[in-house]
Write a protein that binds this ligand. Structure first.
Ligand SMILES: [Ca+2]
Length: 193
């Protein structure tokens, strides 16, 4: 059995927190979530395109709050969803930092009209106004339904502002559920290291 906490729990680094309800000696409920405290945690500034109101339960900063979404469903408070639109988020640091990778997860569930993005673009800026494209990566189409890890590695970049764009899949093609309608895009925690 773990330690009993009675106030806020300070965490650093990466790990899993499990909260367990115990009555007598019997475990009646247990919930776990994974977290990572990195350079980008708590640093999100804005969305240029807000998430769909139906899928923004975790709020505007759910994508950099250090907590990862569910491994099995995109309907929890950590996954944010856009219908037919791109994910376009800005992260600002107090001063320039150097980083060499960006990780996140995208959900693939074509039966529910949810598709991986076409590509991810990283823009950087020193003033938060003028951004330049630093790197771009195509995203492989999803195969199995569920969350798919995306990792972007590049030679170290130094910048104060990051703008990340995940380009929506677009219109769903013929022969698939939702054909002719715009695809949904679901994005989990974004980690900059
Ligand atoms: Ca999160």
């Amino acid at each position: 059995m773990g330690k009993k906490y009675q106030g806020p729990v300070n965490v650093t680094g990466k790990g899993t927190i499990t909260a367990t309800a115990i009555i007598g000696e019997r475990v009646t409920d247990s919930k776990s979530f994974q977290y990572a405290v990195t350079a980008s945690t708590g640093k999100s500034l804005d969305f240029l395109v807000p998430p769909d109101p139906a899928y923004n339960r975790g709020g505007m900063h759910a994508w950099t709050n250090g907590i990862f979404g569910s491994d099995t469903r995109y309907t929890d408070a950590e996954w944010l969803g856009w219908n037919g639109k791109n994910f376009e988020g800005i992260i600002g640091f107090q001063q320039s930092i150097s980083f060499h990778s960006i990780r996140t997860r995208f959900f693939h569930a074509p039966g529910s009209w949810v598709y991986m993005p076409q590509s991810v673009q990283l823009f950087v800026s020193d003033d938060g106004i003028n951004f330049r494209l630093a790197v771009e990566k195509k995203v492989e189409a999803g195969n199995e339904s569920g969350p798919h890890k995306f990792q972007f590695d590049f030679p170290s970049i130094t910048a104060r502002f990051i703008k990340l764009i995940a380009v929506n899949h677009g219109i769903i093609s013929n022969g698939n559920p939702g054909a002719g309608f715009p695809a949904w895009l679901f994005v989990d925690e974004v980690v900059v290291e």
